[in-house]
Design a protein around this ligand. Structure first.
Ligand code: PGA
Length: 251
Protein backbone atom coordinates (compact mmCIF):
# COMPACT_ATOMS: atom_id res chain seq x y z
CA UNK A 1 0.00 0.00 0.00
CA UNK A 2 1.32 3.44 -0.90
CA UNK A 3 2.02 5.13 2.42
CA UNK A 4 1.10 8.67 1.38
CA UNK A 5 -2.51 7.73 0.58
CA UNK A 6 -4.78 7.09 3.54
CA UNK A 7 -6.59 3.82 2.85
CA UNK A 8 -10.34 3.51 2.55
CA UNK A 9 -12.49 0.45 3.15
CA UNK A 10 -16.01 0.65 1.74
CA UNK A 11 -18.77 -1.86 2.38
CA UNK A 12 -21.26 -2.37 -0.43
CA UNK A 13 -24.43 -3.84 1.09
CA UNK A 14 -26.02 -4.18 -2.37
CA UNK A 15 -29.74 -5.13 -2.30
CA UNK A 16 -29.49 -6.62 1.16
CA UNK A 17 -30.48 -5.36 4.54
CA UNK A 18 -33.75 -4.40 6.00
CA UNK A 19 -33.60 -2.11 8.96
CA UNK A 20 -32.67 -5.13 11.11
CA UNK A 21 -29.15 -5.00 9.71
CA UNK A 22 -28.64 -1.70 11.45
CA UNK A 23 -27.80 -3.88 14.48
CA UNK A 24 -24.68 -4.96 12.61
CA UNK A 25 -23.82 -1.31 12.05
CA UNK A 26 -24.27 -0.58 15.75
CA UNK A 27 -22.00 -3.55 16.51
CA UNK A 28 -19.40 -2.31 14.04
CA UNK A 29 -19.55 1.19 15.51
CA UNK A 30 -18.96 -0.35 18.94
CA UNK A 31 -15.92 -2.28 17.71
CA UNK A 32 -14.48 0.80 16.03
CA UNK A 33 -14.90 3.02 19.05
CA UNK A 34 -13.63 0.56 21.66
CA UNK A 35 -10.84 -1.05 19.63
CA UNK A 36 -7.65 0.42 18.27
CA UNK A 37 -8.40 3.45 16.05
CA UNK A 38 -8.85 2.23 12.48
CA UNK A 39 -6.10 3.15 10.03
CA UNK A 40 -8.63 3.35 7.22
CA UNK A 41 -11.50 5.64 6.34
CA UNK A 42 -14.60 3.46 6.74
CA UNK A 43 -17.58 3.86 4.42
CA UNK A 44 -20.83 1.88 4.24
CA UNK A 45 -22.98 2.01 1.09
CA UNK A 46 -26.38 0.64 2.17
CA UNK A 47 -29.60 0.51 0.15
CA UNK A 48 -31.03 4.01 -0.24
CA UNK A 49 -33.95 3.13 2.05
CA UNK A 50 -31.70 3.09 5.10
CA UNK A 51 -29.05 5.54 3.96
CA UNK A 52 -29.99 8.32 6.35
CA UNK A 53 -30.07 5.92 9.33
CA UNK A 54 -26.65 4.58 8.37
CA UNK A 55 -25.29 8.11 8.03
CA UNK A 56 -26.60 9.05 11.47
CA UNK A 57 -25.71 5.86 13.33
CA UNK A 58 -22.31 5.58 11.66
CA UNK A 59 -21.30 9.16 12.40
CA UNK A 60 -20.79 8.29 16.07
CA UNK A 61 -17.96 5.98 15.10
CA UNK A 62 -16.63 8.02 12.18
CA UNK A 63 -18.25 5.69 9.64
CA UNK A 64 -19.24 7.57 6.50
CA UNK A 65 -22.13 6.70 4.23
CA UNK A 66 -22.38 6.28 0.49
CA UNK A 67 -24.95 5.50 -2.18
CA UNK A 68 -24.74 2.52 -4.53
CA UNK A 69 -25.69 4.43 -7.68
CA UNK A 70 -27.08 7.79 -8.74
CA UNK A 71 -28.83 9.29 -11.73
CA UNK A 72 -26.87 11.55 -14.04
CA UNK A 73 -29.51 14.29 -13.84
CA UNK A 74 -30.02 16.44 -10.77
CA UNK A 75 -33.84 16.09 -10.79
CA UNK A 76 -36.76 15.50 -13.10
CA UNK A 77 -39.12 12.89 -14.47
CA UNK A 78 -37.11 9.74 -13.75
CA UNK A 79 -39.40 7.46 -11.80
CA UNK A 80 -37.57 5.24 -9.35
CA UNK A 81 -34.21 6.94 -9.72
CA UNK A 82 -32.23 8.83 -7.10
CA UNK A 83 -30.04 11.83 -7.81
CA UNK A 84 -26.62 12.46 -6.34
CA UNK A 85 -28.03 15.52 -4.57
CA UNK A 86 -30.66 13.35 -2.88
CA UNK A 87 -27.96 10.98 -1.63
CA UNK A 88 -26.02 13.93 -0.28
CA UNK A 89 -29.19 15.26 1.32
CA UNK A 90 -29.66 11.88 3.07
CA UNK A 91 -26.14 12.09 4.50
CA UNK A 92 -23.98 10.38 1.88
CA UNK A 93 -20.44 11.50 1.16
CA UNK A 94 -19.62 8.88 -1.44
CA UNK A 95 -21.41 7.06 -4.24
CA UNK A 96 -20.47 3.93 -6.15
CA UNK A 97 -20.90 4.34 -9.91
CA UNK A 98 -20.44 1.80 -12.70
CA UNK A 99 -20.54 -1.27 -10.48
CA UNK A 100 -20.44 -4.34 -12.74
CA UNK A 101 -23.86 -5.40 -11.42
CA UNK A 102 -25.30 -2.09 -12.65
CA UNK A 103 -23.45 -2.48 -15.94
CA UNK A 104 -24.89 -6.03 -16.29
CA UNK A 105 -28.41 -5.58 -14.83
CA UNK A 106 -29.10 -2.18 -16.35
CA UNK A 107 -26.87 -2.18 -19.41
CA UNK A 108 -24.92 0.81 -18.15
CA UNK A 109 -22.13 1.87 -20.46
CA UNK A 110 -19.03 3.94 -19.75
CA UNK A 111 -20.60 7.18 -21.00
CA UNK A 112 -23.41 6.83 -18.44
CA UNK A 113 -20.97 5.97 -15.69
CA UNK A 114 -18.97 9.07 -16.60
CA UNK A 115 -22.12 11.23 -16.46
CA UNK A 116 -23.04 9.77 -13.08
CA UNK A 117 -19.55 10.41 -11.73
CA UNK A 118 -19.78 14.02 -12.94
CA UNK A 119 -23.21 14.40 -11.33
CA UNK A 120 -21.79 13.01 -8.08
CA UNK A 121 -18.97 15.55 -8.08
CA UNK A 122 -21.48 18.28 -8.86
CA UNK A 123 -23.45 17.31 -5.76
CA UNK A 124 -20.33 17.32 -3.58
CA UNK A 125 -20.02 13.52 -3.40
CA UNK A 126 -16.89 11.47 -3.98
CA UNK A 127 -17.60 8.93 -6.72
CA UNK A 128 -16.16 5.42 -6.46
CA UNK A 129 -15.83 4.46 -10.13
CA UNK A 130 -15.78 0.69 -10.70
CA UNK A 131 -13.90 -1.05 -13.50
CA UNK A 132 -13.07 -4.70 -14.10
CA UNK A 133 -12.82 -7.46 -16.66
CA UNK A 134 -14.85 -10.63 -17.19
CA UNK A 135 -13.27 -14.03 -16.81
CA UNK A 136 -13.25 -14.55 -20.60
CA UNK A 137 -11.44 -11.24 -21.06
CA UNK A 138 -8.83 -12.23 -18.49
CA UNK A 139 -8.38 -15.67 -20.04
CA UNK A 140 -7.81 -14.14 -23.44
CA UNK A 141 -5.20 -11.73 -22.06
CA UNK A 142 -7.35 -8.62 -22.53
CA UNK A 143 -7.83 -7.68 -18.88
CA UNK A 144 -5.53 -4.65 -18.85
CA UNK A 145 -6.82 -3.32 -22.18
CA UNK A 146 -10.45 -3.64 -21.08
CA UNK A 147 -9.80 -1.95 -17.75
CA UNK A 148 -7.77 0.82 -19.40
CA UNK A 149 -10.63 1.55 -21.80
CA UNK A 150 -13.20 1.62 -18.98
CA UNK A 151 -10.99 3.87 -16.92
CA UNK A 152 -10.42 6.30 -19.79
CA UNK A 153 -14.13 6.52 -20.56
CA UNK A 154 -15.65 6.41 -17.04
CA UNK A 155 -13.35 8.61 -14.95
CA UNK A 156 -14.25 12.29 -15.49
CA UNK A 157 -11.71 15.02 -16.24
CA UNK A 158 -12.92 16.66 -13.03
CA UNK A 159 -10.93 13.99 -11.16
CA UNK A 160 -8.01 16.35 -11.69
CA UNK A 161 -9.58 18.82 -9.24
CA UNK A 162 -11.95 16.69 -7.16
CA UNK A 163 -11.72 13.46 -5.18
CA UNK A 164 -12.51 10.47 -7.34
CA UNK A 165 -11.81 6.92 -6.24
CA UNK A 166 -11.24 4.00 -8.60
CA UNK A 167 -12.28 0.47 -7.64
CA UNK A 168 -10.76 -2.39 -9.61
CA UNK A 169 -13.21 -5.27 -9.34
CA UNK A 170 -12.61 -8.26 -11.60
CA UNK A 171 -16.15 -9.39 -12.38
CA UNK A 172 -15.30 -13.07 -11.99
CA UNK A 173 -14.07 -12.45 -8.45
CA UNK A 174 -17.26 -10.74 -7.23
CA UNK A 175 -19.25 -12.98 -4.90
CA UNK A 176 -17.40 -16.11 -6.04
CA UNK A 177 -14.80 -16.56 -3.33
CA UNK A 178 -12.10 -16.41 -6.01
CA UNK A 179 -9.52 -13.65 -6.27
CA UNK A 180 -6.70 -12.83 -8.68
CA UNK A 181 -3.18 -13.68 -7.55
CA UNK A 182 -1.20 -11.04 -5.71
CA UNK A 183 0.92 -10.76 -8.83
CA UNK A 184 -2.11 -10.09 -11.04
CA UNK A 185 -3.46 -7.49 -8.60
CA UNK A 186 -0.02 -5.86 -8.47
CA UNK A 187 0.14 -5.63 -12.27
CA UNK A 188 -3.38 -4.29 -12.68
CA UNK A 189 -3.09 -1.69 -9.94
CA UNK A 190 0.29 -0.55 -11.31
CA UNK A 191 -1.26 -0.19 -14.77
CA UNK A 192 -4.16 1.81 -13.35
CA UNK A 193 -1.76 4.04 -11.39
CA UNK A 194 0.29 4.63 -14.51
CA UNK A 195 -2.78 5.60 -16.50
CA UNK A 196 -4.01 7.95 -13.76
CA UNK A 197 -0.66 9.71 -13.47
CA UNK A 198 -0.36 9.99 -17.26
CA UNK A 199 -3.74 11.72 -17.30
CA UNK A 200 -3.80 13.64 -14.03
CA UNK A 201 -0.09 14.10 -13.29
CA UNK A 202 0.58 14.68 -9.55
CA UNK A 203 -3.10 14.20 -8.72
CA UNK A 204 -2.96 10.73 -10.25
CA UNK A 205 -0.33 9.76 -7.70
CA UNK A 206 -2.70 10.41 -4.81
CA UNK A 207 -5.95 8.97 -6.17
CA UNK A 208 -7.14 5.91 -4.27
CA UNK A 209 -7.34 2.63 -6.16
CA UNK A 210 -9.43 0.10 -4.24
CA UNK A 211 -9.48 -3.63 -4.85
CA UNK A 212 -12.85 -5.40 -4.78
CA UNK A 213 -13.99 -8.97 -5.38
CA UNK A 214 -14.19 -11.59 -2.63
CA UNK A 215 -12.15 -9.51 -0.22
CA UNK A 216 -12.54 -11.51 3.02
CA UNK A 217 -11.09 -11.58 6.54
CA UNK A 218 -8.84 -14.46 5.38
CA UNK A 219 -7.24 -12.68 2.41
CA UNK A 220 -7.52 -8.99 3.37
CA UNK A 221 -4.09 -8.66 4.95
CA UNK A 222 -2.36 -10.09 1.90
CA UNK A 223 -4.36 -8.13 -0.70
CA UNK A 224 -4.42 -4.79 1.15
CA UNK A 225 -0.63 -4.92 1.46
CA UNK A 226 -0.15 -4.93 -2.32
CA UNK A 227 1.47 -1.80 -3.74
CA UNK A 228 -1.08 0.66 -5.15
CA UNK A 229 -3.95 -1.06 -3.36
CA UNK A 230 -5.29 1.82 -1.28
CA UNK A 231 -8.15 -0.02 0.35
CA UNK A 232 -11.03 -2.22 -0.64
CA UNK A 233 -14.62 -2.37 -1.80
CA UNK A 234 -16.23 -5.20 0.13
CA UNK A 235 -19.54 -6.88 -0.67
CA UNK A 236 -20.56 -10.04 1.19
CA UNK A 237 -18.04 -9.69 4.00
CA UNK A 238 -19.30 -6.20 4.86
CA UNK A 239 -22.68 -7.55 6.01
CA UNK A 240 -21.29 -9.01 9.21
CA UNK A 241 -19.76 -6.51 11.63
CA UNK A 242 -17.15 -9.02 12.83
CA UNK A 243 -15.92 -9.83 9.33
CA UNK A 244 -15.93 -6.24 8.16
CA UNK A 245 -14.09 -5.13 11.28
CA UNK A 246 -11.43 -7.80 10.68
CA UNK A 247 -10.94 -6.46 7.14
CA UNK A 248 -10.73 -2.87 8.40
CA UNK A 249 -8.21 -3.96 11.02
CA UNK A 250 -6.11 -5.70 8.35
CA UNK A 251 -5.05 -2.34 6.94
P1 PGA B 1 -17.92 -9.34 -2.89
O1 PGA B 1 -18.50 -8.06 -3.69
O2 PGA B 1 -16.98 -8.80 -1.84
O3 PGA B 1 -19.14 -9.99 -2.32
O4 PGA B 1 -17.22 -10.19 -3.88
C1 PGA B 1 -17.68 -6.96 -3.99
C2 PGA B 1 -18.45 -5.93 -4.77
O5 PGA B 1 -19.27 -6.31 -5.61
O6 PGA B 1 -18.28 -4.71 -4.56
Amino acid sequence: MTTTISPLIAGNWKMNCLRGLLDELTALAGMLTTGEAPRAIVVICPPATILSEVAQLGAIAGIQAGGQDCHAQAHGAHTGDISAGMLADAGAQYVIVGHSERRADHGEIDAQVLAKAEAAIGAGLKPIVCVGETEAQRDSGEAETVVAAQLAASVPDAAGQHEVIVAYEPIWAIGTGRTPTVQDITHMHAAIRQQLTARFAEKGLTMRILYGGSLKPQNARKILAVENVNGGLVGGASLLAKDFYTIISSV
